[in-house]
Design a protein around this ligand. Structure first.
Ligand code: DSN
Length: 473
């Protein structure tokens, strides 16, 4: 039998790994098996193409290349320069951005690069003006101490965690919550949607340096044109973290007022979620911030991972193909079909539905915490994650919500009909689960139901093989 290119490549890789450490080879093989078998509804996960995966396994990984294209701290970076330049070219074309930076290793890194760029560009410290804002990177230790004290007064306005914001948008468990004096905007309790008037009023009163748009658990479109208007009114920089919905921007599902690249001063993203690339981050910016963002490494980041930048270039190139727009639209079609299926079965959703790739279920009416619901679903072969909901009575650890998303299953080829069946499985599990007395974590589910749902989930996936071209033997 002649094997196709992908099967040959992955088999050879695993064979080479097995020769050194068989447990790692087994883990790689087992991960593919587990992914093939699981009904993955984690809103932030996806399946990268074989070309993306294979672009990461090579000697580009061996090269140090701190600095920027054409300005490295190491000699011999000509091939890394090519890789990074191609990735930048595709990112700019894909998103219609004037400037792109593809070195960040993750979304958190991308946000830190952006925050530093905004601070370095915008901060005004009267007694340090003699240095000029462009020289802020060259201050002495004593001057840095003064500057840090001044930075302590910098203000950030981001979406609250229970409304769907992210830790890196100024919350205490993350360094952004220490660097910035943070205030949050949230959602209108009755609609579950961002209250732009309240946001405007908070911005007027708080006068933030940065307004952060974007989310990791908000199921609706965001009006970035309105956010920019508010930012302009109060003299803030608008930064949008589009990590979750970058694929919907790339696929032209979010256009006009809903496209952050058209409205924000600076946009950060991950490259793996709805964008379906390698694990990593990127920054898009208006030209006035480009110089500062370009200093991301070594100012904020360790040496760029050239092999991952290569995979980003492949993913961006893939997303520029017309099929990607069809895929992005299908993500939302599926998400809305899933939401409708859940609503029809009487399940309560935050904001009553979805405009994007994710749905947030309020499990409170089932008498469950998010943690109990998440574990009961997992025991039934349905992989989700618990998430806080607005004004969550169970806090960020136990929560009262389950976040589900469609990018991964859409990559596998599942459509609206399958989403309705998934809604049925979720309803079956949640209505067959009871909390254990006095516990926010323990629960009971009828093992027959859990077993039946696991089998139904496997049957549902069977016609949609994952990586059908990859045969590991
Ligand atoms: N971990 C990502 C998510 O699941 O949304 C965000 O950092």
């Amino acid at each position: 039998m002649t094997l196709n290119v992908e099967s040959t490549a992955f088999r050879s890789t695993i064979e080479a790994v097995r020769a050194v450490e068989p447990r790692i080879a087994d883990a790689i093989v087992n991960e593919l098996r587990d992914q093939r078998e699981s009904l993955k509804l984690i809103a932030s996960e996806n399946y990268a193409s074989p070309a993306v995966l294979l672009a990461m396994g090579n000697w580009l990984s061996d090269k140090y290349a701190e600095g920027a294209i054409g300005r490295r701290f190491y000699a011999g970076c000509q091939n890394v320069d090519t890789v990074e330049a191609v990735a930048v070219e595709h990112a700019k074309a894909l998103f219609g951005a004037p400037y792109a930076y593809v070195q960040p290793h993750s979304g958190i890194d991308a946000n830190l690069v952006a925050y530093w760029a905004i601070l370095a560009d915008r901060v005004e410290v009267p007694h340090l003006r003699k240095f000029g804002k462009r020289q802020v990177n060259d201050l002495t230790g004593a001057e840095w101490a003064e500057l840090r004290a001044a930075f302590g007064n910098q203000r950030m306005l981001g979406m609250s965690l229970d409304a769907g914001g992210h830790l890196t948008h100024g919350f205490r468990p993350n360094i952004s919550g220490k660097m910035f004096d943070q205030r949050s905007y949230g959602v209108d309790p009755s609609s579950g949607r961002i209250d732009y008037q309240a946001l405007r009023e908070t911005a007027r009163e708080f006068k933030p340096l940065i307004i952060v748009g974007g989310y990791s658990a908000y199921p609706r479109k965001v009006d970035f044109a309105a956010m920019r208007e508010i930012a302009d009114e109060v003299g803030a920089t608008l930064m949008v973290d589009m990590a979750h919905f970058a694929g919907l921007v790339a696929g032209k599902v979010f256009t006009g007022d809903y496209n952050p690249v058209e409205h924000a001063h600076i946009v950060t993203t991950t490259t793996h979620k709805s964008l379906r690339g390698p694990r990593g981050g990127a920054v898009l910016a208006q030209p006035e911030l480009a110089d500062q963002v370009d200093r991301g490494c070594p100012m904020v980041l360790g040496g760029p991972l050239s092999h991952v930048m290569a995979a980003k270039a492949i993913a961006f190139a893939e997303a520029r193909q017309p099929e990607f727009a069809t895929y992005a639209q299908q993500i939302v079609t599926n998400s809305q079909a899933l939401a409708e299926g859940l609503l029809r079965r009487g399940i309560q959703l935050v904001s009553g539905g979805t405009d994007n790739h994710l749905v947030l279920i309020d499990v409170h009416p089932f008498g469950l915490t998010g943690r109990q619901a998440e574990q009961a679903l997992l025991a039934s072969g349905v992989v989700t994650n618990r998430n806080a909901i607005p004004q969550d009575p169970n806090g960020a650890w136990y929560t009262s919500g389950i976040r589900i998303g469609t990018p991964a299953l859409t990559s596998r080829g599942l459509g609206a009909a399958e989403m309705d069946q998934i809604a049925d499985l979720i309803h079956t599990v949640l209505s067959s689960t009871t909390p254990s007395a006095g516990s926010k974590a323990k629960y009971q589910i009828d093992p027959v139901v859990a077993d039946q749902v696991s089998k139904q989930a496997a049957d549902l996936l069977a016609p949609f093989p994952l990586y059908p071209g990859v045969d590991l033997g």
